[in-house]
Design a protein around this ligand. Structure first.
Ligand SMILES: NC(=O)C1=CN([C@@H]2O[C@H](COP(=O)(O)OP(=O)(O)OC[C@H]3O[C@@H](n4cnc5c(N)ncnc54)[C@H](OP(=O)(O)O)[C@@H]3O)[C@@H](O)[C@H]2O)C=CC1
Ligand SMILES: O=C(O)C1=N[C@H](C(=O)O)C[C@H](O)C1
Length: 235
């Protein structure tokens, strides 16, 4: 498979190593200053760029008939437009706030726990995410997906807020930036008498990168439509 890497930073470079180890060719490595390139030389594109760049990268792929996998976070105000374009062009697109197998299992665990806690009003939920100091967006895309998972499965909550919740129905997400932490997410339900905590800790970026390559392999096999990692992993 010929892969275009849109964004050749920490994730782009990790993805390159995994893609090559799985027998793929990396035919484009695009960064900020690379504006004049032909995306159609690739069978599939993988975008891990910047919040400000992702939408342009995705629309370039969809307008040129190249299936695209995006892991960039912090651009989701334009997600519905990307979906509409994908449908209009009969293209293929996957966005995931987190491509690792472990986090995608954690997403499902979070939903089950949220449902179980729905009738227990004595517990209050809080979330925390910890990432490296170079991260541009807060809260993380993964934390937003986790909060949405609670809201969809627990009628006690209908919104999330960064740092402090201003109402009982809002989930506070505390975002910490420490050293080179790859990504830690925890969800805590606390009552006066006890607490329940679930946590996912990424030890490095390999899990994110492997998931993105597996998603690209899956998407490039004659798929059309908008998909998620649940489709790829069969969860
Ligand atoms: N979904 C997931 O599983 C994961 C998602 N992420 C997300 O992926 C994104 C990238 O993370 P990370 O690799 O750590 O970030 P980096 O800052 O290390 O890499 C981003 C790269 O994008 C480049 N870039 C800037 N503008 C463009 C453009 N127009 N087109 C293509 N590339 C461009 C930057 O180049 P330059 O340096 O020249 O500006 C840089 O090399 C973030 O949004 C992060 O949150 C991260 C890990 C996992
Ligand atoms: O910026 C990162 O590094 C990460 N970003 C993603 C997010 O915002 O959730 C995924 C992962 O946690 C690493």
């Amino acid at each position: 498979m010929k892969i275009a890497l849109l964004g050749y930073g920490r994730m782009g470079q990790t993805i390159e190593k995994i893609a090559i180890s799985r027998g793929h060719d990396v035919v484009l490595k695009i960064d900020k200053d690379d504006t004049d390139y032909d995306i159609t030389v690739a069978d599939v594109a993988i975008d891990f760029s910047l919040p400000s760049a992702a939408y342009g990268n995705i629309t370039n792929c969809l307008n040129n008939g190249v299936p695209v996998v995006s892991g960039t976070t912090g651009w989701l105000e334009k997600y519905d437009d990307a979906i509409a374009l994908c449908k209009e062009k009969n293209g293929a697109f996957i966005y995931a706030s987190n491509f690792s197998l472990g986090v995608n299992i954690f997403f499902e665990l979070n939903k089950v726990l949220a449902k179980m806690m729905g009738n227990l009003k004595e517990y209050n939920v809080t979330m925390e995410e910890i990432h490296h100091t170079k991260k541009l967006d807060a809260p993380s895309g993964t934390a937003i997906t986790l909060a949405e998972g609670v809201i969809e499965n627990n009628s006690n909550y209908n919104a999330w807020e960064l740092d402090t919740a201003n109402s009982e129905t809002s989930i506070p997400i505390v975002a910490k930036r420490i050293g080179d932490v790859p990504g830690t997410h925890s969800i805590n339900y606390a009552s006066e008498v006890d607490s329940i905590n679930i946590e996912h800790v990424a030890h490095n970026r390999q899990g994110f990168a492997l998931g993105a390559v597996v998603a690209a392999e899956w998407l490039s096999k004659d798929k059309t439509g908008v998909f998620s990692m649940k489709d790829v992993l069969g969860l």
